[in-house]
Design a binder for this molecule. Structure first.
Ligand code: GYE
Length: 306
């Protein structure tokens, strides 16, 4: 199924902006927080939201976007599950004169007039921050460091870029070796399953780099199941900093988290109102983010919003 489209009117008059939003799915804690942020800020901004969940399938997103075009919404926003293959449907939106905003994830379309702006994180930077922590952590050692990597959804911008940024930093020193790498599709279940396979196939794992908290949390279960101590026997780096991830970091089971903010809703509604009015918006809006060590996680946890 296409996941269904639900619509909630904010009760405004003729001038109310209607947004069609195609979400990736509900694969992670990050995604749940992002959906909540989008829905709540639409309400606050008085924007009528038509929300559609694609269950991590590009074909469902394309269907949803076509349906938004047919319904003649004022603006389409979406978080593209993968980077490639969007040109035809984006052309259809352009021909229908409906502006498109990319949120969270990028597309690789050469024609950048197909969308008005792209709001979201710099995933390359996130990958670099993960690599920099590792370089610092092992700066006094010349021994080989065996790394396993749990990648996000194959072909997605965060998987491609978090891998590339990390590789760029650790690649400067040959002691760092990625000995196994596979997708865990950004889910806890897959993270556990793939980590179990890594533990069987790869005897000496020093470090796990997981492209999100959820896969890292699944992997922790696999590591404990194999009688090893996460955070000690195997050091763990993840990305996102959702509550469950931050708790595991504070508990010493994760060693370092690179933050990626899901709270894109307010900025998205702001940009949407502007593009509907035909106002200029910046081509790229980058989210501000930090990183957390175990001590910093203990301090930050009580006031964490997601
Ligand atoms: O890191 C992951 C989610 O696109 C930034 O998608 C997002 C990623 C996030 O499933 O948890």
């Amino acid at each position: 199924g296409s996941g269904g489209t639900t619509s909630a009117s904010s009760g405004g008059g003729d001038s109310t902006v209607t947004m069609g939003f195609s979400q990736v799915g509900a694969e992670s804690g990050w995604r749940t927080a992002n959906t909540k942020s989008v829905q709540e800020s639409a309400k606050t901004a008085g924007i009528t939201l038509k929300f559609s969940d694609a269950q991590q399938k590009q074909e469902n997103q394309i269907k949803a976007i076509r349906s938004f075009i047919q319904q003649r919404v004022d603006v389409i926003a979406f978080s593209p599950v993968v980077e490639s293959g969007w040109d035809p449907v984006l052309k259809e939106a352009q021909n229908a004169k409906i502006p498109v905003i990319l949120t969270d994830r990028a597309v690789d379309s050469k024609d950048t007039t197909l969308y008005k702006t792209f709001l979201g994180s710099d995933f390359i930077e996130e990958g670099k921050k993960a690599g920099q922590w590792l370089v610092e952590e092992y700066k006094d050692s010349t021994d080989k460091v065996n790394i396993v990597e749990l990648q996000g959804t194959t072909g997605s911008a965060p998987a491609n870029d978090r891998k590339a940024g990390f590789q760029e930093v650790i690649g400067a020193d040959t002691k760092f070796q990625i000995v196994a790498t596979q997708t865990g599709d950004f889910t806890r279940a897959k993270g556990k399953e793939v980590m179990e396979a890594f533990l069987k196939s790869t005897p000496d794992i020093d470090v796990l780099y997981a492209h999100n908290d959820d896969m890292g949390l699944g992997a922790i279960e696999a590591i404990e199941g194999a009688g090893k101590v996460p955070g000690k026997d195997i050091k763990i780096i993840t990305v996102d900093a959702v509550k469950d991830g931050m708790q595991a970091l504070a508990d010493g089971k994760i060693n370092f988290i690179v933050e990626c903010s899901p709270l894109l809703g307010p900025q998205l509604m702001d940009l949407a109102k502007k593009v509907v009015k035909g106002e200029e918006v910046p081509a790229r809006v980058v989210t501000e983010e930090t990183t957390f060590t175990q001590d910093q996680a203990k301090q930050a946890l009580p006031s964490r919003q997601y």
